[in-house]
Design a protein around this ligand. Structure first.
Ligand code: TPP
Ligand code: SF4
Ligand code: MG
Length: 307
């Protein structure tokens, strides 16, 4: 064998391989979702300078440090407002939020529903492992009833959110759910979401081997993939009220919602143009835009500057 053979990660350009190995536990599902995201960005041929990634805090939130795009590892629960700010400051960016169930729908729940209500042009990927992984396995808004958590040692007596139903009811215009076993479907959903405008929500059910599985005596990551294999049922377009997940019960997956609707910036622009007229500009012109306009005028007048 030639000693000079170099084994290159096929996602090397999209992942910061120099930062590997990553921090995630063996069997954790987060890495599978990151791989799908990386693959989707490659397939969509998106200009890397036009893509930004924002994550919150948690094991899932560490993803922002492993992708080779401009990224922000923001504060707990605040990935959506940071992403919204980025989008509004530079509407040409495609902004992706990568977040955990606790981060996105516990402390960050209010931001989540209002960004969905406004149909803010964001791609929001939620790694739902039914637990606060990074802080020791506390109960989250998605922990199934009766599941054991460090804060509910006799079983969870709260009613969990079904995130597709929550997103749909709040106004999201694209809603899909997969498990980490469905890598091709996750990749396709992310690719679709990157190509559309509006609030796109993709939930991925994943195993937290170290806390959720161990505490509930559910075996390891492979056992969970087997559980997904046996219990995930694809039901595209189903009413999202039918997507609740019980402890170790059936998991309804698929693309549930994909409806066109003007996004936040389109609605704002439409409203302002109506009252201010065609002179309305979202943010005025940037220096390069002014320069390009000047050049175009110059070219049209046969080389003479218009000013
Ligand atoms: C304001 C604030 N509150 C609490 C925390 C502690 N904290 C860090 S990560 C985390 C839970 C993250 O859970 P989740 O979003 O589900 O991500 P996972 O670790 O499961 O991927 C919490 C409560 C914090 N960092 N900041
Ligand atoms: S604690 Fe759980 S969520 Fe965090 S890296 Fe380990 S397995 Fe994954
Ligand atoms: Mg979690």
């Amino acid at each position: 064998m030639n000693d000079n053979t170099e084994i290159k990660n096929p996602l090397a350009g999209v992942l910061r391989t120099e930062r590997m190995p990553h921090i995630w536990c063996p069997g954790c599902g987060i890495g599978s979702v990151v791989t799908c995201f990386a693959e989707a960005t490659k397939r969509s041929n998106i200009d890397p300078d036009k893509l930004a990634v924002v994550s919150g805090i948690g094991c899932s939130g560490r993803m922002a440090g492993y992708v080779n795009f401009d990224s922000i590892h923001s504060t707990h629960g605040r990935a959506i407002p940071v992403a919204t700010g980025l989008k509004l400051a530079n509407p040409k960016l495609k902004v992706v939020v990568f977040s955990g169930d606790g981060d996105l729908t516990g402390i960050g729940g209010n931001h989540f529903i209002h960004a969905a209500r406004r149909n803010m042009d964001l791609v929001v990927i939620c790694v739902n492992n039914f637990t606060y992984g990074m802080t020791g396995g506390q109960v989250t808004p998605t922990t199934p009833s009766s599941a054991n958590a460090s804060t509910t040692p006799y079983g969870n007596y709260e009613y969990p959110f079904s995130l597709p139903f929550l997103a749909d009811a709040a106004g999201a215009t694209y809603v899909a759910r997969w498990t980490s076993l469905h890598s091709r479907n996750i990749t396709q959903s992310i690719e679709e979401a990157l190509q559309r405008r509006g609030f796109s929500f993709i939930e991925v059910i994943t195993p937290c081997t170290t806390l959720y599985l161990r505490r509930n005596r559910l075996g390891d990551g492979v056992d969970t993939l087997q559980y997904y294999q046996n219990n995930a049922v694809i039901k595209h377009g189903i009413d999202t009220r039918e997507t609740a997940i019980g402890f170790q019960g059936q998991i309804v997956v698929g693309k549930f919602v994909d409806r066109p609707k003007p996004d936040y910036l389109e609605s704002a622009t439409r409203c302002n143009v109506k009252f201010i007229g065609d002179d309305y500009q979202l943010y005025g012109k940037t220096e390069p835009e002014k320069q390009a306009e000047e050049e175009a005028k110059k070219a049209a007048s046969g080389g003479e500057s218009a000013v």
